[in-house]
Design a protein. Structure first.
Length: 214
């Protein structure tokens, strides 16, 4: 399976989410890459769209390899195996955490644009990203959503590694992923267009979603 764009991946993903249409869910995209996918999911489910800010903690000399992640509200998940096997010191973890916390706070100010976070208390929450390699980012997003009062958490992604699906199966109430290749290689390998989204692209999608709801 291969996706042309994140929007196309979102449209394909919605075919596996029809059972949620009657649950009045809240759809949360993980910025930046998860937002175009989440936009399509929210449209299909006639659900409100918001974001849940999470930052990957990358190994200093291999930033794409997640040794953990942080989320809104001070939540954090660490991948002890990656830290141990990569020989990352506690001091290095602290330095990466501090940098990513600053970036998370910057993005919160820019992407929310003055809008308050949507209440998740008692709601079914659909957490959407453009894919999962290790699952660390989605795992901390689950922790953050649960801390905000979410009653049921569904993680929905177009592509993921079997390791990530297994990991999120413990953290989330349900994991929906139509494409779990034997060797993922990288989330970007599942897309033709996997460009780095900018803040404007994300804020425009969030604005469109708010207009559609009103």
């Amino acid at each position: 399976m291969h996706y042309a764009t994140r929007a196309r991946a979102g449209q394909a993903l919605t075919k596996s989410l029809g059972h949620l249409s009657g649950s009045e869910p809240v759809v949360l995209g993980l910025p930046r890459g998860g937002v175009p996918v989440a936009f399509e999911v929210a449209e299909a489910l006639a659900a409100p769209l918001d974001i849940l800010l999470v930052r990957k903690l990358g190994v200093p000399w291999q930033p794409e390899l997640a040794m953990g992640a942080i989320g809104e509200g001070g939540t954090e998940v660490l991948n002890a195996d990656v830290i141990r096997l990569s020989h990352v010191t506690p001091q290095a973890v602290d330095a990466v955490r501090a940098d990513e916390r600053r970036e998370l706070e910057r993005r919160a100010a820019v992407l929310r644009g003055g809008h308050t976070r949507m209440s998740l208390r008692g709601r079914t929450v659909v957490l959407v990203d453009d894919g999962m390699a290790t699952g660390a980012t989605a795992a901390v997003a689950c922790v953050a959503a649960r801390a905000q009062g979410a009653e049921r958490i569904v993680v929905a992604v177009p592509v993921a590694s079997s390791e990530a699906v297994a990991r999120l199966g413990v953290t989330a109430d349900e994991v929906v992923c139509p494409f779990v290749p034997a060797d993922l290689g990288g989330v970007g390998a599942a897309y033709t267009d996997f460009h780095q989204l900018n803040d404007r692209e994300v804020t425009e999608l969030l604005s469109r979603a708010r207009q559609d709801r009103t």
